[in-house]
Write a protein that binds this ligand. Structure first.
Ligand code: SF4
Length: 665
């Protein structure tokens, strides 16, 4: 039996999504060898070539000639600058891959890259930042000085400095790639983006019909690329079984397209799907036509269900003994869950492997001069410290699902062993722990081992701002921790309490300060529009964020509007949060995001633009002194927090810590 595990289009181009690596590592422990393929990367690498570009140009011209499209000015700009794009594209890709060092020298020449297709976009912003950065040093500029900066031949020097040529070239190469993707989206396939495909067809889709119709319709150029990559993978690997992971809605259509293609060209090949999108959205799948394209769909952790299907295919296990697996029988979707075995514990899941994946060809796509995207755009070896979350209480989270609710940590010994193995296999010693929330005690043990054993690594991961991280911060930094992301969520003690985050604002500020004092970069995830959140609380949350940036205890942040999901404590008890869940109507495919009404609630959406704009400027070190309410429409209240609110919280946290220590003596 030949097993091929595939990451379908399209996901983050900086590295393989880890699930197939985990599954292959587990299968190794039971003597089944699986090959790995990243179809997402392969599609992009075919598109971002001279041949890919000439295909794009020819298709656009044909559509224009046929009167099918009126070209957008950005598409027209691409066609005008086509020779420049054609000359630069492969060097741009080489700059992002980092394999050919001479590419940087080539691309650093002035005028090598084509001009951006939308001069109002990044370049206008860059010029603004350049002027602002100069004013920060020189004071207010004269009109003549401003003019000289705006016309400067090196408007990015303020961001990268005269020595930062490589970073600047990687940034500009990323913009070339982004422009090509934007042209494809505007002129050929509106469902396409660099890291997601046809998300609107799949995310919370009530029925499978839109996906089925698109699969049956005329293929777009991107569909054709997906088909040709699928054909090549099947030809190369000649698999008996293909396992396709679907972590996100943005690669679900790509997964079904690949499965459908395999069913059409090689109907004897068995196909299996699983992954985060399936686990969260397809639990109530009842449309049997989905199984025209795929044979088995597995739920939750993939190790045991995959093993059961493989044994079944080999004739070693009865169908009734499959584990958490959906199939079509007698025209109906049936869930089979008759395996007698338990799930594989984290400590016995094996070491993930990246064998066969083209590690040197992943793209460090960094269309930003902010520090965080430049760090997490690198390729990191991905590992988890534990299965599930040690806290598993936050009201907005999928706590009722296995991937959050079942906490099962690996041991520090097993983790060190896995890190050594991955470093040897890939030649790279950077690690991203992809846990939803890294458990502090285990992180502490692991960090100590890394220090004691002089393992020269760098790593990052996501945390809940648990008080324990404050005292751990110096050890984490010493062990190679460079960056921490964490949920600051609403930055309001009332709402943090309501959502059962189990972290106070004082505690979060204390931890952020300790981490940044230890030299670790801090990124915060923020939520706005949480049920019952008021205008004043939203404004005050932005004020907390502003003060954190001003103190440099926070280096990056992103706001997300609250989304109600089916598997969260809020969905189980909406009354407690003042909301009424709307009826979902009949659904035979995905069922995850719930619509709801918040009687008497404010218009949360009116804060979207101001929150994004303010935080974008803070990350560039700009507008930190500006009153937060000025980012919103007239009538928005000013903050009620004192200008030193965050500083006082931090001081109080320190003195509370001292008292706790004294009490322990
Ligand atoms: S939001 Fe994070 S900390 Fe809270 S339960 Fe979910 S995974 Fe755990």
């Amino acid at each position: 039996m030949k097993v091929l595990l595939v990451n379908p289009p399209l996901t983050d181009p900086s590295g393989p999504y880890p699930s197939i690596c985990y599954l292959a590592g587990y299968l190794d422990t039971i003597g089944i060898r699986a090959e790995l393929a990243d179809a997402s990367l392969l599609v992009l690498l075919r598109l971002l070539t001279r041949d890919g570009l000439s295909m794009i140009r020819d298709r656009i011209r044909a559509s224009i000639d046929a009167g099918a499209v009126e070209p957008d000015p950005r598409v027209a700009a691409f066609l005008d600058a086509y020779p420049s794009f054609e000359r630069a594209i492969e060097t741009a890709v080489a700059c992002l891959q980092g394999a050919d060092r001479t590419a940087i020298a080539r691309a650093a020449r002035e005028g090598f890259f084509p001009p951006p297709i939308d001069p109002r976009g990044d370049w206008a912003r860059n010029a603004f930042f350049a002027v602002h950065a100069s004013e920060a040093v020189l004071g207010e500029l004269t009109p003549a000085q401003r003019g000289r900066i705006l016309e400067s031949r090196s408007p990015l020097r303020f961001a990268f400095g005269s020595m930062g040529v490589t970073d600047e070239v990687v940034y500009r190469a990323s913009l070339v790639v982004r422009d090509v993707c934007e042209v494809v989206r505007l002129a050929l396939d509106p469902a396409f983006a660099l890291d997601e495909y046809a998300t609107q067809l799949t995310q919370s889709a009530a029925t499978f019909e839109p996906i089925a119709s698109r699969l049956a319709g005329a293929p777009t150029p991107i569909d054709e690329l997906v088909d040709s990559v699928t054909d090549d993978l099947v030809r190369t690997h000649a698999p008996t079984v293909v396992g396709i992971t679907i972590p996100f809605p943005g690669n679900a259509y790509g997964a079904f397209r690949m499965a459908a293609r395999i069913k059409k060209t090689n109907p004897d090949v068995v196909t299996i799907m699983g992954g985060g999108f399936v686990n969260t959205e397809l639990r109530e799948l009842s449309d049997p036509t989905v199984f025209d394209h795929v044979d088995f769909i597995t739920l939750d952790d993939g190790e045991l269900p995959l093993r059961c299907v493989l044994e079944h295919v080999r004739g070693e296990r009865a169908e009734a003994a499959l584990s958490r697996t959906l199939v079509r029988r007698d025209g109906k979707v049936v869930r089979i869950d008759g395996a007698s075995e338990h799930d594989v514990p984290a400590s016995r899941a094996g070491t993930p492997t990246l064998r066969g994946l083209p590690l040197k060809q992943y793209l460090c796509y960094r269309p930003s001069f902010q520090i965080m995207p430049r760090v997490w755009g690198l390729r990191w070896n991905k590992l988890t410290l534990a299965h599930g979350c040690y806290w598993k209480k936050c009201a907005f989270c999928d706590t009722s699902l296995d991937y959050i609710g079942r906490y099962d940590p690996a041991s520090a010994d097993a983790l060190v062993e896995r890190m050594r193995a991955l470093a040897t296999e890939t030649g790279e010693r950077g690690f991203h722990f992809v846990d939803e929330a890294m458990p502090p005690a285990l992180v502490g043990h692991l960090a100590k081992r890394l220090v004691d054993e002089h393992l020269d690594v760098s790593w990052w991961g996501n945390v809940r701002f648990d008080r324990a991280f404050a005292s751990l911060a110096p050890l984490l930094a010493e062990s190679g921790c460079v960056l921490v992301t964490g949920g600051l969520e609403v930055a309001s003690d009332r709402v943090l309490g309501l959502m059962e985050k189990g972290v106070s604002l004082e505690q979060a500020v204390h931890v952020m300060r300790a981490l940044s004092d230890a030299g670790i970069l801090v990124h915060a995830y923020l939520i706005y529009g949480f049920p019952t959140e008021t205008e004043q609380e939203t404004i005050d949350a932005l004020e907390v964020v502003r003060q954190l940036f001003a103190k440099r205890w926070l280096h990056s942040a992103a706001w997300h509007k609250f989304v109600l999901t089916k598997h969260s404590p809020i969905a189980a008890d909406p009354k407690r949060f003042g909301i009424v869940v709307e009826s979902a109507g009949p659904r035979t495919f995905a069922n995850y995001v719930l619509a709801y009404d918040e009687p008497g609630g404010i218009d949360h959406a009116r804060f979207t633009d101001g929150l994004q704009q303010a935080t974008g400027l803070y990350m560039a070190g700009i507008a930190i002194e500006r009153p937060v309410h000025s980012f919103f429409t007239d009538g928005t209240p000013a903050t009620t927090l004192a200008p030193d609110f965050v500083e006082r919280l931090a001081e109080r946290a320190l003195s509370n810590d001292d008292k706790r220590k004294l009490a322990l003596v």
